[in-house]
Design a protein around this ligand. Sequence first.
Ligand SMILES: Cc1cc2nc3c(=O)[nH]c(=O)nc-3n(C[C@H](O)[C@H](O)[C@H](O)COP(=O)(O)OP(=O)(O)OC[C@H]3O[C@@H](n4cnc5c(N)ncnc54)[C@H](O)[C@@H]3O)c2cc1C
Length: 510
Amino acid sequence: MEISPCKPSRRALVWFRRDLRIADHPALARALREAQAVWCVFVLDKAILDGLPAEDRRVAFIRASLAELDERIAALSGGRARLLVRHAVAADELPRLAAELDVQAVYFHRDDDPAARARDARVYERLRADGREMHGFKDHVIFERREILTGGGTPYGVFTPYRNAWLKALHGRPQLLDDCGSDLDGTALAAAPASPWRGGAAVPALEEFGFHERAATPQDDAGLRPGSSGGEALLHEFLDRLDDYDEARDFPARPGPSHLGVHLRFGTLSLRRLVRLAAHRTEGGSRGAQTWLSELVWRDFYHQVLFHHPHVVGHAYRADCDAIPWEHGPQADAHFAAWCEGRTGYPLVDAGMRQLGASGYMHNRLRMITASFLTKDLGVSWQRGEAYFALKLNDFELASNNGGWQWAASTGCDAQPWFRIFNPVTQSERFDPQGAFIRRWVPELRLLGGKAIHAPWRAQPAELAAARVALGRDYPQPIVDHDVARAKTLARFGSRGSGSPVVEGTSKPG
Ligand SMILES: Cc1cc2nc3c(=O)[nH]c(=O)nc-3n(C[C@H](O)[C@H](O)[C@H](O)COP(=O)(O)OP(=O)(O)OC[C@H]3O[C@@H](n4cnc5c(N)ncnc54)[C@H](O)[C@@H]3O)c2cc1C
């Protein structure tokens, strides 16, 4: 092990947050190289958890991933070290624990979500006041903050030139993708203080910090396998179909996308590893890999949008769009509830919303369709939809969720032009042509055939009777008429501030 010669007795704490793995973990790798005694901690942060429902799938995912992380830390240290897990307000607990262990430095990965930055700034001040250091590393994205700027030194507002600059920068610095953990030496991992949890376990049961497991249903997301081992299994399976990704990804009934979003969200897989794999297969001529790599670049893109324009949290990226007069009042509330529950009367919209509610996953094409439907067919503000997705999505990331919503609502950076409004029936005919996805998630329509599955209200009475569907009883009548809603939306957007139809770009994410 290489130990910094000038600091022979250095003690360090590695603060795990959304990086729940030991492989290719820059902060851990550096701490193990630079210190003689290293502890690893994860704080179940009351500031975040207190606002979540007791059966939140993501909390169960985190807990199971922590249990695996603990096992791997124990194995790396030859059984000596364990993961420290605390349930507290992280901004208070970190400085407290650093003092208890008397470490000289805390190692962590930067997180540019505004709330995380505020928390980290508080921790930094407290540590500094105690004479301790804080070392932040990049992990969550490939290029962060001001690393990719236009020739004029400004952030990119349009995706395609951003992607080109991103690819060029990576070409010039391929070492950015190097695996920093290939020679990980756990000798410095130190024995943990006594665990506060039942039976001395390193990781508490969900109940010990106010949560509980939800009963598994057949509809749970098959991709929600926790830990690095879960991510590895999923990746292994996905790599077999990566070459077809560009063809298959738009059809929700097909196994197109990777379902790896949740592993990127919680860092159970290394983003650098995924980019390395995608870039390698792209060089080999795989169009599927090229498209998938592009999706990973979208993720970086939205992170830099959030970093440079933090006002997007709560506000439209385009200032004039804050003036859009969204619908309010009892009818808007009733429409919003119908949308959340998957009973709008538009089968593919309902299928997507039910998939989200039942599994915590929603296919990208359906995220675009359902978000467009809420904002442009129901006239309900994107902020309400964004908040609902944030509560439900296993892979919820503030930057991508906000970017996706503002794209669909045409209020965002490089968004869908406001006058381009998805027709939910045409989208359904195009992307679920046989209605297989609808039949899975809206079983009351499963006997409907042909085009009727996409728009049951257009079916002949005999057709509905044969399929045992009475509209209004077994399945709702459409809650709005798309053509009427479309006209209202055009007027709504036309009436805002400048009324300008100018768009910065028209790239299509996903
Ligand atoms: C309204 C709306 C809300 C969204 N909310 C989120 C969110 O909270 N978290 C999230 O990770 N993605 C979000 N997306 C983007 C995208 O839908 C998901 O990343 C993708 O569906 C996740 O499934 P997957 O892992 O199977 O994706 P794959 O198709 O396998 O893509 C691989 C990875 O690339 C990234 N990615 C793919 N598409 C996008 C995109 N358009 N923008 C940013 N990153 C992308 C994700 O990290 C994803 O896991 C949203 C999109 C929309 C339209």
